[in-house]
Design a protein around this ligand. Structure first.
Ligand code: NAP
Length: 247
């Protein structure tokens, strides 16, 4: 791949919010590594859309919760890009159930992908960014990490953990020229929220001051801002993009 001036890795970029972030960064001139776990065709489509719009991209398979996969992903990034300017830690899953019915496996899977996965990718990216004393990391948390949500103790714990990790990493990496921020989306129209019952969707909408679910582009615009030099004096922050749910 021809070397680019600006590069970005977006995890979980085959669908939903990650897809929108990858497309937005592609439009902003970043060469994008489009990570996915299993949806190869969808990731290829995202890559092709970026290229069709005049950008650069390649697909990057890898389970963010698997240290060997993450190692392999960063070997490919080194090969394809040589360096990394922006990491968007977006990959995430839900395994909802009420606390007393929650299986240990549901806890483990969500913590492994949403928290440990974030850590593994952040660690590998930071090692790469430190060499150039430059970088911006955006971790995708959730409003649920701030407010809690019945049926999601695993998810809320992981997403609150992401905010703590963001602040600690921001303090460690600031002197190396690396900014680390989080975006906490509210309810956004994606496959993740499509599965919610109409009753739950109505209940959620009633808690949103702006009165509707967000769109993936709303999160992508916030992530692109935090990635950019326009946010050069912002680090360790969590930007709420939730229609006013958590104030
Ligand atoms: P989504 O539509 O379900 O897409 C999830 C993405 O993550 C897919 O690209 C999926 O890849 C990838 N992924 C899942 N497990 C992975 C793993 N182990 N390794 C690598 N990639 C993996 O989800 P979404 O709604 O866009 O959510 C994106 C992020 O925003 C998540 O962190 C989520 O918690 C957060 N968020 C979402 C909402 C919302 O309302 N939608 C609200 C707050 C926060 P494959 O397609 O290959 O499986």
């Amino acid at each position: 791949m021809e070397k680019s001036e600006k590069t970005a890795l977006v995890t979980g970029a085959s669908r939903g919010i990650g897809r929108a972030i990858a497309l937005t960064l592609g439009q902003a001139g970043y060469a994008v590594a489009v990570n996915y776990a299993g949806s190869e065709a969808a990731a290829e489509a995202v890559k092709n859309e970026i290229i069709a719009a005049g950008g650069k991209a390649f697909t990057l398979q890898g389970d963010v919760s698997d240290p060997e996969d993450v190692k392999h992903m960063f070997e490919k990034i080194k090969e394809g890009f040589g360096f990394l300017d922006v990491l968007v830690n977006n990959a995430g899953i839900t395994r909802d159930s009420l606390l007393i019915r929650m299986k240990e496996s549901s806890w483990d899977e969500v913590i492994a992908t949403n928290l440990k996965g974030n850590f593994l990718v952040l660690k590998a990216a930071a090692a790469m960014m430190i060499r150039r004393k430059k970088g911006s990391v955006i971790n995708i948390s959730s409003v649920v990490g701030l407010t809690g949500n019945a049926g999601q103790v695993n998810y809320a714990a992981a997403k609150a953990g992401v905010i703590g990790m963001t602040k600690a990493a921001a303090k460690e990496l600031a002197s190396r020229g690396i900014r680390v921020n989080a975006v906490a989306p509210g309810f956004v129209h994606t496959e993740m929220t499509e599965v919610l019952s109409e009753k739950v969707k109505e209940g959620a909408t009633a808690q949103i001051p702006l009165g509707k679910f967000g769109e993936t582009e709303d999160i992508a615009n916030a992530a692109a801002f935090l990635a950019s030099d326009e946010a050069r004096y912002i680090t360790g922050q969590t930007l709420h993009v939730d229609g006013g749910m958590a104030m």
